[in-house]
Structures are given as structure tokens and as C-alpha cells.
Design a protein around this ligand. Structure first.
Ligand SMILES: Nc1nc2c(ncn2[C@@H]2O[C@H](COP(=O)(O)OP(=O)(O)OP(=O)(O)O)[C@@H](O)[C@H]2O)c(=O)[nH]1
Length: 216
């Protein structure tokens, strides 16, 4: 059983409009991400900001024949859940906590909705890095996090164990809110970006209209 949490609840202030629903090469960004995980994961939790965004996403996904009201899609073989952050506008760490509270498996791949070029090969590889340390008691790592040669990390393209929930709650209580604060506290397996996606395209995210224009 494999799970994925897709974070879609950001304010998209730099873009000026909701990023996940924006069309990239004729498809909403969130759909590109869903297609990358399809046939690899069994369930996906879309974590959104509020009810208004839920209504908008339901319409968009329905227009691509994905019905969020039924559990198992006939044309889309993923158990797809949609929810809103347990605390609004507090950033991606709350989105991760919300998603981890809903997944059926012991860990989930977290992805942002604004990386439309995330590849299936990346998704398969990051799960295999997690699985190779998995014994009968689960993985000895709390997370698998991609790292660039200069030390920068990709915490929103990472696998997190469900067991991290308590630590996240503590970080939020201490008013830190930063995903990097979590990474500093837990046992992380860092994996070179190059071994996950040589092109780096899986990590390319769209923040401004200029980023989108480059790829149209
Ligand atoms: N569920 C959830 N996702 C979030 C939240 N904040 C950011 N994200 C998601 O995390 C990813 C990276 O977000 P950013 O680009 O850093 O922030 P953003 O709010 O989307 O965009 P800006 O307002 O331009 O900073 C995107 O997929 C966002 O949708 C949040 O509070 N809740």
C-alpha cells in the first residue's frame, strides 16, 4: 500500500491565481502530478485550503472525468481523497500533518501541486529508496529527502512516515512552522537528486507567470 499527499493549499500570491488548477500544456498542474503517481500509489490525499477551493477542484477534475465523490475512479485507478488543512494558511507543514492524519499506510510521498513535470520514474525511485531500508518493523528512517550537491534539500518532494505527526504538532506549537525544522529533528535518509531524476525536471516548480511562459 502506497500513499501520496499532494499539497495544493498555498496562496499562490506570486502567480496571482491558484497554481494547481492552472493549465500547463492543456492540463491542470495538479492533474500532471496525479498522473505521475497513478499506477504507483494506491491512494492520494489532496490537501486544499478551504471549501471554495474544494468546489473549484471538484469541477476541474470532473471536467477531466475524475469524480471525487466516488472512492475508486473507473478511469483513474487511485483512491482519491480531498480535504482542507486542519489549520488554515499556516504553510505546507500543516498540509503534511493533515495528509498524514488521513493516509492508510505508514508513510506517504509528499508532492507540491506546482511541479507539473514530476516524473513517474522519480516517484518509483524515491519509494524504492524508502523501501530498501524497510524491515519487519518498518523503515529505520523517518523520511527520505532529495538533496542537491550544494546541500539544498527538497522537503516537498519527500517521503515522511506517519509517525512524524507528533513532532510536527510540537513544531507547530513552538510556532516554527518550517518543514526544515522537522527535517532537523528526525532521522532522514538524504538521497542525491541525481539518483532520483538526472534532469532535475521533477523539482521544477511554477511560482510566477514567467515560469509558466517558459514551458508553453
Ligand atoms: N495544504 C497546503 N499547501 C500549501 C500551503 N502553503 C503552501 N502549500 C503548497 O506547497 C507548495 C509550495 O508552496 P509555495 O509556492 O511555497 O507557496 P504558495 O503559497 O503556493 O505560493 P506563494 O503565495 O507565491 O508563496 C504548493 O504546492 C502549495 O500549494 C498550505 O498552507 N497548505
Amino acid at each position: 500500500m502506497k500513499s501520496c499527499i499532494i499539497l495544493c493549499g498555498g496562496l499562490s500570491q506570486r502567480m496571482g491565481k491558484d497554481k494547481g488548477s492552472m493549465l500547463i500544456q492543456g492540463k491542470p498542474m495538479v492533474l500532471h502530478v496525479l498522473e505521475a503517481v497513478e499506477n504507483v500509489v494506491d491512494e492520494v490525499v489532496l490537501v486544499l485550503r478551504d471549501e471554495k477551493q474544494i468546489d473549484a477542484y471538484k469541477k476541474i477534475l470532473k471536467s477531466f472525468e475524475i469524480d471525487l465523490n466516488s472512492d475508486l475512479k473507473s478511469n483513474f485507478k487511485i483512491d482519491l481523497k480531498i480535504c482542507t488543512d486542519i489549520i488554515k494558511d499556516q504553510g505546507p507543514l500543516v498540509g503534511i500533518l493533515t495528509g498524514l492524519s488521513l493516509i492508510k499506510s505508514d508513510e506517504a510521498l509528499v508532492l507540491p501541486c506546482d511541479s507539473p513535470f514530476v516524473s513517474k520514474s522519480f516517484v518509483l525511485k524515491i519509494f524504492s529508496f524508502y523501501d530498501e531500508d524497510k524491515g519487519e518493523d518498518g523503515s529505520r528512517f523517518d523520511a527520505v529527502v532529495p538533496r542537491w550537491p550544494d546541500g539544498r534539500v527538497e522537503p516537498l518532494h519527500s517521503i515522511y512516515k506517519k509517525d512524524n505527526k507528533e513532532k510536527i504538532e510540537k513544531i507547530l506549537k513552538d510556532d516554527l512552522r518550517n518543514v526544515k525544522s522537522l527535517i532537523e529533528m528526525i532521522n532522514v535518509k538524504f538521497v542525491a537528486v541525481e539518483s532520483l531524476d538526472k534532469t532535475g525536471r521533477s523539482f521544477q516548480n511554477m511560482n510566477r507567470m514567467d515560469d509558466v511562459k517558459k514551458d508553453e
